[in-house]
Each structure stands twice: as structure tokens, then as C-alpha cells.
Design a protein around this ligand. Sequence first.
Ligand code: GYE
Length: 351
Amino acid sequence: MKTTSKIIKEIIFGHVGACIVLLCIVPVFFTAYGLYRGFEIKVEQISDPSDEEDLIVVGFSQLGSESGWRSAHTASIQQALTKDAGYFLIFNNARQMQDNQIKAIRSFISQRVDYIVFAPVIEDGWDTVLLEAKNAKIPVIVTDRKVNVQDDSLYTAWIGMDAKEEGKKAGKWLESYLEQEQRQTEEINIVVLKGTVGSTAEIGRTKGFAEIAARHRNWNILESVTAEFTANKAKEVMRDMLRRYPEMDVLISQNDDMTIGAIDAMQEAGISFGEEGDITIISFDATRDALELVKEGRINVDVECNPVQGTYVNEIIQKLENGESVQKYYVVEEKVFTKENVAEFLKDRKY
Ligand code: GYE
């Protein structure tokens, strides 16, 4: 018969023994398994090169996600440079900061990507980092906004819009609208919501409109304020301008998101706008949401800016891959939308 103390000893030593055995076996097992897995991975890499090795590696630095237009632009690049089309796309969102874009480009260089695609937040300040890309022999494709560099050979190609022409189109529309309304001699008070200062869209749209405005002594630009291309900021700025300028006749808003923010502020203040209202609205981009408002006559005119640029990027890369030469500048096609012509385009508008 076992004594109580024997039973206790057996339990303790039995479990301790089992624990010791387990403690010895488990690490041995995992080490062996780890070695086996490691070995397996190595073998896989050597004997069966992964698909990625055949893909064209593209680093894409997007400047941010401030607007509906920007989402459409990002989607267009992502939809063109897919794995099925032969690409491995590394995406980076710089959240409106040039420094972040410079860091992203440097990281693409150190990863030795095949191509760098980027949408620069502002025009200035790219010479150094683009020279680094050039020295690393990585072609750079600039999309959307422009870069202002000393040496144009720092990038291979640019795809984007004619922002100055867009500004002119806005001015010319206002010219003919006022004529039609027989208000050519009336004093016309204008406020401008500008986009990101120093960006191509802001520089071009401002210059283009100013060129037309210069022909009219009765056009009075009361103030131009940046709202950074965002709806929230525009609502804030517009609230303030409506208080300060009760005489406002025309709002020029350099993108649709800001227009939508400004409309919120006008509604809040009980001020009428659009075809039937007191304030004439001129917008840019022509995204779906804004075109709905054009259709309703709440935005008078929307000057299109085309974000569908991914197909061009793909075409350029394919040509370069085949050793063909590419154009330096590609300008996308753009229209002007009013209540009269918007319906036929709205039905196919994806963004
Ligand atoms: O108009 C605006 C944006 O650079 C053309 O950037 C682009 C502009 C576009 O976020 O909505």
C-alpha cells in the first residue's frame, strides 16, 4: 500500500519530470520546425522565383487625400498599375506635406524601384531629390501638378491639365454670362477660394482668371483666400467672407470640395446662390457630386479637370519598357459644364 507521502512524491516528481521532458522537447521541436521552414522558404526563393520578380515595380507618391478629385486620381493610377497589368505598386500618401513626398521618393530610390510616379503638392523644391532619382537611373513620371525645376531632364514625362486654360475658361464663361444678363457695365464683386498655395492648380487657375478679369474694369476681386482645396476649410473661410462682403456677386472656387463647403456656409447664412440666387458660383473639377448641383442650377458652371491619368502613366511605362521614346508633356482633355450640357455627361460620370 502506498503511503500518503509516496503518493505526493509521485505526483510532484511525475509532473516535474514530465515538465522537464516537455521543456527540453518543445524548443528542440520548434527550432527544428523553424529551421525546416527557413530552409523551405530559401528553397522556394531559389528554385521558384516569386511572381513579383517579373513585375514592374512602381513607387507612387500621392500628395494627399484632400478632395473627391484626388480620390479619383489615386484610383485611376491604382486601377491602371495592377498586378494583372504587370505591376507591383508601392503607394504612399504624403498628407499634403512636401517633406513626406521627398522621404517617400528617397525610400523608393533606396528600394530601387523601376519607376517613380508622383503628384507634387507644390511646384518648387524638387531639384535635389529628383537629381538623386536621376543619378540612381530611375525614370520619374510626374502626374497632375507640375514641378518647377532648373533642369527638365530630371523627369521623364508629365501628365496633367492646363490649369491656366481652366482659369481662362472660367473667366470667359463669366464674360458671356454677364453679357447675356446685360450686366456688362455693372460693378461685379468677386471673391476667390484658392487651393493649396504654390500648387499648379492654384497658380494656373488664378493666373488664367486674372488674365480675363484684367479686360473688365468693372470686375472687382474683393479678396482671394486659400481654403487648401478642402470643404471644411472653405466653409470656415466662406462664413467669414459672407460676413465681411455682403456685396459679393460671384464666388470663384478653385475646386468642387471647397464649393460644397462654401454652399454649406451660404445655406447656413440664408444667402441664395446659383442660377436663381444672389451669388453666381464658378467651380473647378466637375466631380459627380458637383455636377449634380450644376444640374440643379445650384452651381452655375463647373470647369472640368480630368483626374483619369493612370492610363497615360501605364502607356508611358510600357513604351519605356519597349525602349520607345515618349512625349515629354501629356495634357488631358477637359470640358466646361453648365445646366445645358451636364445631363449627358453625368450618366457616365464614375467619380
Ligand atoms: O483640382 C483639386 C485637388 O491638382 C488638379 O487638386 C488638382 C487639384 C484638384 O485636390 O480638387
